[in-house]
Design a protein. Structure first.
Lengths: 506, 506
């Protein structure tokens, strides 16, 4: 590609947008805040969906579908919830367009205006409509647990948007479960966080912290929110997934009671949990480099690009034959579980209007994990050249790989790349994670170079808010694995039960 | 299940709703016209999606995602299109809720009202937003063809709804392709109709007529619409899928021009095509019987239910062991392509709170293709009993099937059931398809017993409208395979080029 992308050092934000543009992942649309997910970007999301969906089903969940519309009166029922979402929701008030009196253009038909009671909100999240439905599905403890997930679109009227990371409409999954006991519901919330951690680390090769949010950062309507939190290459945090223990809040709001094994009427216990197309943004920011997109092989829509090199017609015949045989050889290796039983996708790039150098760049830009170069001289030696996307330049190239062994070698590279992308990202995160003990040091570090600041906090909302106001850093996570260590709050000097992780976040 | 479903003879409409209710497929929601798709119903839709998606990808299509919202001004651009959809669309006019002045409840914030130019419609179909996007993607003939599909929800504000068949919100896929020539676009429209026919007949086991719609029935904005049309068990027609040749209508409305190989600026040619969750309704109405749901095995979420029968504890151990071994034996048979590389799903129904008879009924109601009965006496003989869902009573049972051969036999039954469901549906359709040559006969037959009336028609919209007004029958399809036969219009006696198919439709 002749098109240049900005380097991370030059302009990190622009680098991110350039990758999305030149790797053909998404576009801004002409609809305020909404994006168009282009085929290559959507293919990554489809891979993510397949991976997550299997993890959900393996833990006993089933999919269902609930309405896009939420009656306004449902939103009103849970006080914290409405407080959290009313400010940014799209409201449907009419159900017909008619020509304007002048004749030019259309207008909502005043005769088709919804009454106050009928007005609808586009779901920003579906707790309310789902718990209104669960009321009809849950009568007895025998109906529990209810372990349901839905894949859908939601709308939150965001003013400042950024492709994938924050858009007014986004795609996500939202799990909504109902349980007979508090213990079961809390176990479920933790189980699903662990599913998210597994997906983030084993599929996305993106290391994450896990733990609860502080009260200031929890989901509106939750008792507590657990999260997975990742670090991007500019050392900012990305909240990548959340799992909420909702207590009996929604059961009470929608009067969902069941008869327990002991014959008592009790409110059901709830969880909800979700991840979204934001993960695609996280994937880009975790692995990509100044040459373009880098994808972990388990989520790559195309795994191998074979670029045949030839000038003369007789070369072309021989080279294409070898390329197609090699492709067939790679496709014949089943990767089972590791690829969700999907086939390995191999492209033989036989386009004649482009030169090999152009093709190399293009596959690099698009994040294909392994590139194979195959020319007449290679064929003479029954060999080929392999280039792995995560190691730039000559170091990432293997010359003279025998064709017979190439499929096996390519699989080895894919598997090793999956691991080393994770290791590399983890090394980066660890390099920018510090214990910080003095307020001046905190203020300086959070500015430059940024990262995860492990600091003591007195546990109050007031302190959290003051720190955010002064530094833009928020508490990202109270890590499960934090050391047992009492101390003094970085800001107030009040007693602290342990360190929490502060960072600037997307 | 103690719950009774109405028979088809008693009340066909209620039978359909009873099946949906008792097989746990869907529920009406508290949102006007919108349904909740329950896990068992959604699992069928997921199977359909997998099947269709592969057929789309095998014909070179990729998935993408476009915004839920369509600016009102986009809808205005194609005259026929707006005429078709303006009357039934949901309009977003505000983006924030605030507490009502009194304090109780919420209202749209007047300060967050969208201006006339900003008002948004929830997509009823996405031609306009997609062609507005294609404008940026198509510059040269090298950018063509563009073969894109999207899976999403759409909203059409229907006043009279029926679960799956007609709902205000529904799930569907919509393909939108752009081509350099009229010929290529028309070939695409026909290719996708053939994909739909393949899916309907080979996966859903639902025979369909294929051919164009009359002008009166075409898609608003299309040059012509091709359709697949099925017959339900009450002899009504169901439009199951449509594929539209859109000519240059949307390219002109959104100014999508490209430079041809000859260097000329030309408008792109378009198709669009879609099927929806309506197919689930068609599936139910095609195969189900008075005992409940019947599913073609290729789309069944659960293929085999094994019901272990035991009284004493030592029986239980032996029977469950045999049941689990049998299940493992069935799961080990790969069905590849035939099941989209999905595994065969086998349930061992070891619930202790229900009697075997209850379980038999429940699996029957839920449409599981093969039921296995396995008790102590069977085990003594190393055998089991197989019951196939599509043949009721004793005729559908095979006694004393050796356990060792049972997995293979079950696969044979699944495959044979797939075929015989299609044959049975086709026989029914053929039995209620008639050539009709007199108007009084037409009027009588369309009332009772209904069906597909192959009749001559003079080709005018006026006649089509008069026939519809008098009999409620519409032209469903001008079948590709109709015999070459000139004749006289059934109503007007004017010359006709061939028979068309009339029916009452859902």
């Amino acid at each position: 590609m002749a098109e240049k992308i900005k380097t991370r050092a030059e302009d990190y934000s622009q680098w991110y947008l350039d990758i999305i543009k030149h790797a053909n992942l998404a576009d801004n649309s002409d609809v305020r805040g909404c994006m168009v997910i282009k085929p290559h970007g959507y293919a990554i999301w489809e891979k993510m969906q397949r991976g997550l969906d299997r993890l959900f089903k393996d833990t006993g969940h089933v999919n269902a579908y609930f309405p896009l519309f939420i009656p306004k009166r449902f939103l009103e029922k849970e006080a914290e919830h409405v407080e959290g979402f009313a400010k940014e929701c799209a409201i449907v008030t009419h159900h017909r367009l008619i020509p304007k009196p002048g004749g030019k253009g259309l207008m909502p038909d005043p005769k088709a205006e919804l009454s106050d009671d009928e007005q609808l909100v586009i779901r920003p999240t579906s707790e309310t409509i789902i718990w209104n439905t669960y009321k009809n599905w849950i009568q007895s403890y025998r109906d529990l647990p209810l372990l349901i997930n839905q894949w859908c679109n939601v709308v939150r009227w965001e003013m400042r948007t950024r492709l994938f990371l924050r858009t007014a409409e986004f795609l996500w999954q939202e799990g909504h479960t109902a349980h007979a006991t508090q213990k079961e519901a809390e176990e479920e919330a933790h189980r699903m966080l662990e599913v998210y951690r597994t997906f983030a680390e084993d599929w996305m090769a993106m290391p994450v912290l896990t733990g609860p949010k502080s009260d200031g950062q929890k989901f509106p309507g939750a008792i507590y929110t657990l999260c997975i939190e990742a670090m991007m290459q500019d050392h900012r945090a990305l909240q990548a997934g959340t799992s909420h223990f909702l207590g009996q809040n929604f059961a009470k709001a929608f009067d969902v009671k069941f008869q327990s094994a002991e014959g008592k009427l009790e409110y059901a216990w709830a969880t909800s949990w979700g991840v979204s197309t934001r993960l695609v943004g996280g994937l880009i920011m975790t692995h990509s480099d100044d040459q373009g997109l880098v994808l972990p092989p388990r989520l790559a829509p195309i795994h191998v690009a074979i670029v045949p090199i030839f000038k003369k017609p007789e070369e072309k015949v021989a080279v294409l034959k070898a390329a197609n045989e090699l492709a067939a050889g790679i496709r014949a290796i089943p990767l089972g579980d590791w690829l969700n039983y999907d086939p390995i996708v191999v492209k033989v790039d036989d386009r004649e209007q482009y030169q090999p150098g152009y093709k190399f760049n293009e596959w690099e830009l698009r994040g294909v994990p392994v590139r194979v170069e195959l020319g007449p001289k290679d064929i003479e030696k029954n060999a080929c050249v392999l280039a792995r996307r995560d190691v730039p330049g000559k170091e990432g190239k293997e010359m003279g790989v025998p064709l017979a062994g190439a499929p096996t070698r390519i699989i080895e590279i894919l598997k090793s790349m999956q691991t080393s992308l994770f290791e590399k990202a983890k090394k980066m995160r660890d390099a920018y994670s510090y214990e910080v003990n003095r307020w001046d040091e905190f203020k300086q570090k959070i500015e430059e170079p940024g990262g995860f600041l492990w600091a003591h906090w007195d546990g109050t909302r007031a302190t959290e808010d003051r720190i955010a106001a002064e530094t833009k850093a928020t508490i990202r996570c109270i890590p499960f694995n934090r050391p047992q260590e009492k101390g003094k709050c970085i800001l107030t000097g009040e007693p602290s039960e342990g360190r929490v992780v502060f960072a600037k976040a997307y």
